[in-house]
Design a protein around this ligand. Structure first.
Ligand SMILES: Cc1cc2nc3c(=O)[nH]c(=O)nc-3n(C[C@H](O)[C@H](O)[C@H](O)COP(=O)(O)O)c2cc1C
Length: 150
């Protein structure tokens, strides 16, 4: 299937996640593209069988750029499945609940796509690195998505 990954990343964590998803899905034989949200238009990815979005949490929210991209893409409409990944700081910091994944889902309302999974990954600090074992979490998540897909 045709897979498009769209990520937003200030410090490189979500770019790593996107690269990992791209490599894993390519190994499975899919036709995969990965794009920085600043370097792609919604039109370029609307005809995907699976869309994967990956973004950080900023002020407990999904960053504006990924939200506006999701809204624009929802207006065009998609036919495929989609999955959401967000990174955030650990619960130990006692921040209020991050709404990143929910905000991304809300921004994509009306797109016509079917959500197949949401995954949160933890960043050990503001700039990362990501939690130990994040690659395995992503692999398990992708395995679930692919099962859901059939
Ligand atoms: C300016 C800034 C604000 C952040 N605000 C939050 C926040 O409100 N809640 C949270 O859980 N993490 C917050 N983080 C942590 C990031 O979401 C996390 O480190 C993420 O993995 C960074 O991803 P990136 O490297 O792809 O930009 C913030 C990080 C930065 C740099």
């Amino acid at each position: 299937m045709r897979v498009s990954i769209i990520y937003q990343s200030t410090h490189g964590n979500n770019r790593l996640v996107a690269n990992h998803v791209r490599n894993a899905m390519t190994l499975l034989g899919h036709d995969v593209e990965s794009h920085n949200v600043y370097d792609v238009t919604p039109q370029e990815v609307s005809a995907s069988d699976l869309l994967v979005f990956s973004a950080p949490t900023h002020i407990q929210r999904a960053p504006r750029k990924i939200r506006s991209f999701l809204k624009s893409l929802a207006r065009i409409g998609v036919y495929g499945d989609y999955a959401l990944i967000a990174t955030r700081l650990p619960d130990a910091l006692k921040l209020p609940n991050a709404r990143t994944l929910d905000m991304m889902e809300e921004s994509f309302e009306g797109s016509g796509g079917r959500i197949v999974g949401k995954l949160e990954l933890i960043s050990d600090d503001m700039r990362g690195p990501l939690e130990e074992g994040w690659e395995e979490k992503v692999d398990a998540f992708l395995a679930d998505i692919i099962v859901t897909d059939h």
